[in-house]
Design a protein around this ligand. Structure first.
Ligand code: SF4
Ligand code: SF4
Ligand code: SF4
Length: 501
């Protein structure tokens, strides 16, 4: 029984002078917020259904619409915020676990915003990226500890399989099923054009996307959906998903209603059956078990593909990464607590895990201290928002970053955070045909390429400003970083000095 009817969080503000009753907003809103009443010849709306996705606002031809906060307040209370009260009321009404989409929105410190980059002045002059060559290419994978040469001076050391990328960025794991076909097509084509990789996530690889294999990371998660020898051999690398930043310690669930047609075929499960990925892999309870899976996958692919192990950033992440580096994995991907997702229990998303900046610095330090840093490459993700975040992540020790939310924003996402509802008005996180076709893959592809092109220019400019001409020289170069407003413990973990020092 609902005792507390919640006032809608957002209100539709329609300017009657501007509205020409074209009904575009009615057609564009999959949540049925707008409707036209013949008798009064006016548009009306049901604010309670609005998720603030801005689709109607963006397409209203006369700019007649605004979505505003309702402004309805509870009595002031610094402890019991309106968000906490509303969530509690919802649970008292429904007895359900709260669900959320995308990443953690709470006000925890963003360490990237408390780190500043260096620039050359007078000595060690800066480099003009327009005139001088700048190398943004990276190779991910284990590197030989020593270089051995033959009698003729040529290098004879064997290089384990490497993932070659034109810049230190990849599109992170987002499955077909959680994302639409057109979103996946945009990601695959952009990855190929830019010379980077996108990631299948745990949903398998649609038959139409096999031609993009050399720009695809194929994922193996606990549910093993869509995993078969051809799939493993088609990708440029294989990723074992042990954890995810948005929901560390729990598995995934795509409801049976979304397992239809192509998605059911790609995942190799019957139509209508729930796709449940258990929290643990049922064959992995130790680093030795993980090693077995790493080598099974290498064996299945004739030792030609680097194997990535992806984990969530959690409290003892450095020790965990040290174990993974010894498991035979070539690359470790660490996903911070701000990482996005289609659906996660709100409490897990908002209260579990640690910031990626601290996790990265502690893992890089630990692997260096143990003399095994060259055994693995490090990829980090979990709210990389700009080229500056990438440069800072590389200087903290990353070889490469994963972007998920940023890529979806480029595709048109407005961060309404209701992906789990399956009614994404922008055609990204939905399987409804009439919504999917709103995302034009030609346009999505071009916008992703534009974003990567812009970021590559900015990365070169920032590196040039520091007098550094390659990502390899920037990697782990923490002297290029200074902290602002950080305490001694934070500076110690990040391994950087305070600004002015
Ligand atoms: S799209 Fe704009 S102009 Fe058209 S009916 Fe809606 S508010 Fe009015
Ligand atoms: S849900 Fe989106 S499209 Fe619908 S009214 Fe709200 S902002 Fe507009
Ligand atoms: S992908 Fe779609 S549903 Fe998800 S946050 Fe973005 S706009 Fe909203």
């Amino acid at each position: 029984m609902a005792l507390n009817l919640l006032y809608p969080e957002y209100e539709i503000a329609r300017n009657a002078d501007r509205c020409i009753t074209c009904r575009v907003c009615e057609r564009q809103c999959a949540n049925d917020v707008h409707s036209y009443i013949d008798e009064i010849e006016r548009m009306v709306c049901d604010d309670s259904k609005c998720v603030n996705c801005h689709r109607c606002v963006s397409l209203c031809p006369t700019r007649a619409l605004k979505i505003v906060r309702s402004g309805n307040t509870y009595k002031e209370n610094a402890n019991w915020s309106a968000r906490i009260i509303n969530e509690l009321y919802k649970q008292a009404d429904t007895s359900g676990v709260l669900l959320s989409g995308m990443g953690n929105p709470l006000d925890y410190p963003v360490y990237f915003d408390k780190i500043l980059l260096n620039a050359s002045q007078v000595t060690n002059p800066s480099i003009d990226p327009l005139r001088e060559p700048m190398e943004t290419k990276v190779f991910l994978g284990a590197k030989p500890h020593n270089i051995e040469r033959g009698e003729d001076g040529r290098i004879v050391s064997k290089l384990p399989p490497q993932l070659s990328l034109s810049m230190p960025v990849m599109f992170s794991a987002m499955s077909y099923g959680s994302l639409s076909y057109n979103a996946h097509e945009s990601l695959a084509r952009a990855a190929e054009a830019v010379g980077i990789c996108y990631n299948t996530g745990e949903g398998g690889l649609h038959e139409n996307f096999y031609p993009y294999g050399k720009n695809t990371i194929v994922q193996v998660a606990s549910g093993r959906f869509g995993v078969h020898p051809h799939y493993l051999n088609s990708g440029a690398a294989i990723e074992i998903k042990m954890g995810q930043g948005a929901k560390p310690g729990i598995g995934g669930h795509l409801p049976g209603t979304k397992i239809v047609g192509d998605i059911s075929r790609t995942r190799m499960i019957p139509e209508g059956s729930d796709a449940i990925s258990p929290a643990p892999h049922h064959d992995i309870y130790s680093i030795e078990d993980l090693r077995q899976l790493v080598y099974s996958l290498k064996e299945a692919t004739a030792y030609k593909k680097p194997v990535i192990v992806k984990i969530a950033a959690v409290h003892n992440v450095a020790a965990i990464a040290s174990g993974i580096a010894r498991s035979g994995a070539d690359i470790i991907a660490i996903d911070g607590f701000r990482g996005g997702t289609g659906a996660a229990p709100t409490r897990m998303r908002d209260h579990v895990g640690i910031p990626i900046e601290l996790a990265l610095a502690s893992v890089d330090t630990r692997l260096r201290d143990e003399g095994i840093r060259d055994r693995v490459s490090l990829i980090v993700g979990g709210s990389i928002r700009s080229s500056a975040d990438i440069v800072k992540a590389v200087a903290l020790g990353a070889d490469c970053v994963y972007i998920g939310t940023a890529a979806l924003l480029a595709l048109g996402c407005h961060l309404c955070r209701t992906c789990y509802a399956g009614k994404c008005n922008w055609g990204i996180a939905t399987q409804m045909h009439e919504l999917v076709k709103r995302l034009n893959p030609d346009l999505g592809f071009q916008r992703l390429v534009n974003l990567m092109t812009a970021w590559r220019h900015e990365i070169k400019e920032m590196m040039g400003g520091m007098g550094i001409n390659s990502i390899e020289s920037l990697k782990g170069n923490r002297l290029m970083l200074r902290g602002v407003g950080l305490n001694e413990t934070e500076l110690g973990i990040l391994g950087i000095k305070h600004a002015g020092g």
